[in-house]
Design a protein around this ligand. Structure first.
Ligand code: COA
Length: 332
């Protein structure tokens, strides 16, 4: 029997503030019609000030309660976050403190919107070797912090939220397929600390150090068409690769839970894979793109709604900045 991961509990937190397309149209030159037609997004949640660690803690508390584990039982906390409150301590360490998960070691994983899926694959490794028994994965994103509200092509696409899962060793199916394409990295870009500015950095303007073109402050920039082209293949390739490694055909999946970036991307994947939309979970209409939090938010909603039954075969798929993509196939 293959060593897999068992999702023992899920949780989520979404800020209560609902921002509709019409609300955004008051600030940028856009319309509800354009956004719905191009993306399937009707509204998103924006933080009214809740930082990542706070959102992550709320999602984590729900997940550990749902899993029936005590904070002291958690061996590892992996956070995934591209909009952190602090570079250090990481969100994972702040969450450890708030939960009282005193026996956990904690770190942050950087794979942008693919973060949850990558974290699950890493967690499986720790669980398979026996070096951990209980792992908490928390994805928390304040995407609104990195949005330029003068750029209508990006600010309408994203939302804030957090999702979490407690994972343990499972004995069912397992297959994963990860891929990265650093060559197309500039298509989704957000700078970190802005430049080296000490008196010793006399060569800082040397053009050979410009890996990417300068951007406006800390805001994200995106080449929407390049990302769209990448994503058209990302879901089908990684999901079929993960299914192959799990030893099943794609049509044996009970559910596909993809990263929620654009309804058109999801529909295209459904078409390419000949996999029905009825078996693909979608909530982008309500929450927009919450980066790596989107997949665990979906899982938590589906779990609460009783849509997931033990033994079901599910694929989780992520893609985004890096560019990165990945899929994991497990039994619920
Ligand atoms: N409201 C109104 N018009 C807008 C707009 C908005 N919010 N954003 C862009 N437009 C305009 C553009 O300026 C352009 O106008 P022009 O033709 O006069 O120049 C026009 O709409 C078409 O732009 P285009 O970029 O061709 O639109 P598109 O059909 O490619 O859709 C995206 C744009 C962003 C929705 C699409 O490219 C996409 O979804 N890409 C992937 C993004 C993604 O998933 N990123 C995250 C990955 S994790």
């Amino acid at each position: 029997m293959m060593s897999s991961v068992f999702i023992a509990g899920t949780g989520r937190y979404l800020p209560s503030q609902v921002v509709t397309n019409k609300d955004l149209a008051k600030y940028v030159d856009t319309s509800d019609e354009w956004i719905v037609q191009r993306t399937g997004i009707h509204e998103r949640r924006f933080s009214t000030g809740e930082p990542n660690w706070y959102m992550g803690v709320q999602a984590a508390k729900q997940a550990i309660e749902n899993a029936g584990v005590a904070p002291e039982e958690i061996d590892i906390i992996i956070s995934s976050c591209i909009t952190p409150d602090y570079f250090y301590p990481t969100v994972a360490c702040s969450i450890q403190d708030e939960l009282g998960a005193v026996n956990a070691f904690c770190w942050n994983l950087g794979a942008a919107c693919s973060g949850f899926v990558y974290a699950l694959d890493v967690a499986r490794g720790y669980l398979a070797t026996g070096s951990a028994k209980t792992i908490l994965i928390v994805c928390a994103e304040n995407m609104s912090k990195s949005l330029d509200f003068d750029d209508r092509s990006t600010c309408v696409l994203f939302g804030d939220g957090a999702g979490a899962a407690v994972v343990k060793k499972g004995e069912g199916l397992y297959g994963s397929r990860m891929a990265s394409d650093g060559k197309t990295g500039a298509a989704l870009l957000a700078p970190a600390l802005l430049g080296v500015n000490t008196p010793f950095a006399y060569d800082k303007d040397n053009p050979k150090y410009n890996k990417y073109a300068p951007t406006k402050g800390n805001y994200m920039t995106m080449d929407g068409r390049a990302v769209y082209r990448f994503t058209a293949h990302a879901i089908p390739n990684t999901v079929s690769g993960a299914c192959e490694r799990a030893g099943i055909a794609v049509d044996e999946l009970d559910w596909l839970i993809p990263h929620q970036a654009n309804l058109r991307i999801i529909e295209k994947a459904s078409e390419r894979m000949h996999f029905p939309m009825e078996k693909i979970y979608v909530n982008i209409d309500r929450f927009a793109n919450t980066s790596c939090a989107s997949v665990p938010i979906c899982l938590s909603e589906m779990n609460d709604q009783g849509k997931l039954k033990r033994g079901m075969k599910i694929a989780l798929a992520g893609f985004g900045g890096g560019l990165t993509s990945g899929a994991v196939v497990i039994e619920w």
